[in-house]
Design a protein around this ligand. Structure first.
Ligand SMILES: C[S@@+](CC[C@H](N)C(=O)[O-])C[C@H]1O[C@@H](n2cnc3c(N)ncnc32)[C@H](O)[C@@H]1O
Length: 287
């Protein structure tokens, strides 16, 4: 028969292992666990951080992401609720000779003004990411968001990489994921382009959820919709591969453009499998 002392020890262990799996504190804040340096490097690389960037790391811990971003020439700010970690991060930034570009502030990350950031990084928890999501989606199109391990619910990442990280005591069982999202422009609605060299009036009806777009396209003189075979919206950049009859002949049209407010401008590569040419195009959104 199991002794009372052993039973309590087992209960305690069970409690500890539950705690290890779900490591949020009761108030939803996130304890300090470092990202392995290799993961930090992947986070900085997937965001393609360089001297033009303004980086904010939400929950900056010992400052390693901020210091890494500063070493790539960016101006980087770390936010942490724990003042002793802010002190530690400042000490590490000083030791790395990065005090000018790597700064730290003790603050609740939900109060942080993110508006000037070109890159936001985080190693938090799924529920914290979800709480931040509406604020992130309001950032300027093209802003990159990078999260170690945790996703954003039904907002799919633009890119994900996975690597083995046996040194990590928590999370995905000896693995790390690095997710990248690029804040998309708002491309939804009806757009009209005039391309006199190729078909005349083109219309695009765009539906959008996050960065996923589905497009219907018509061209003057063609009663049926054209076939939109592939699309991508990445920040402000939109790509659409459209096939179908234009002027009574079968063509491939690869539209590439920039969405800015109610205008899209770019180039379309037109080919019939034999010859090809590139034509500039501009579309405006009809409200
Ligand atoms: C998992 S650690 C990540 C540390 C570092 N970013 C890294 O990847 O190595 C999460 C950090 O978030 C901080 N934190 C937790 N809740 C916070 C909040 N509400 N506001 C600011 N920082 C918070 C913790 O103090 C901790 O340092």
């Amino acid at each position: 028969m199991i002794s009372r002392a052993l039973a309590s020890a087992l209960l305690l262990l069970a409690g500890l292992s539950c705690h290890a799996q779900s490591w949020a504190w009761d108030d939803g804040t996130v304890p300090f666990v470092v990202s392995p340096e290799e993961v930090v490097d992947r986070m900085l690389r997937i965001a393609d951080i360089g001297p033009a960037d303004r980086v904010i790391d939400l929950g900056s811990g010992d400052g390693r992401i901020v210091i890494g971003a500063a070493a790539r020439g960016a101006r980087a700010l770390g936010i942490d609720i724990d003042p002793s970690l802010v002190d530690k991060a400042r000490g590490r930034a000083a030791a790395a000779g990065m005090t000018e570009r790597a700064t730290f502030r003790s603050e609740d990350l939900f109060d942080t003004d993110l508006s000037g950031a070109t890159v936001v990084t985080m190693y938090l928890l799924p529920e914290v990411n979800l709480k931040l999501r509406p604020k992130l989606l309001r950032l300027a199109p093209g802003t990159r968001v990078v999260s170690h391990d945790w996703n954003m619910g039904d907002w799919e990442p633009d890119e994900t990489i996975e690597l083995r990280t046996p040194e990590k005591p928590v999370g995905l069982g000896g693995k790390s994921r690095v997710h990248l999202w690029i804040i998309p422009s708002d491309a939804r609605g009806r757009w009209v382009a005039d391309i006199p060299q190729h078909g005349g009036r083109w219309e695009f009806e765009i539906a959008q959820q996050y960065q996923a777009v589905s497009v219907r396209s018509t061209v003057a003189g063609n009663e049926r919709d054209l076939t939109v075979r592939a699309t991508r919206l990445r920040g402000q950049e939109i790509k659409m591969l459209v096939t179908g009859l234009v002027g009574g002949k079968a063509w491939n049209q690869f539209f590439k453009g920039t969405v800015s407010g109610d205008r899209m401008t770019g180039e379309v590569l037109v080919s019939d499998g034999d010859q090809q040419r590139t034509i500039p195009w501009t579309a405006t959104r009809k409200r």
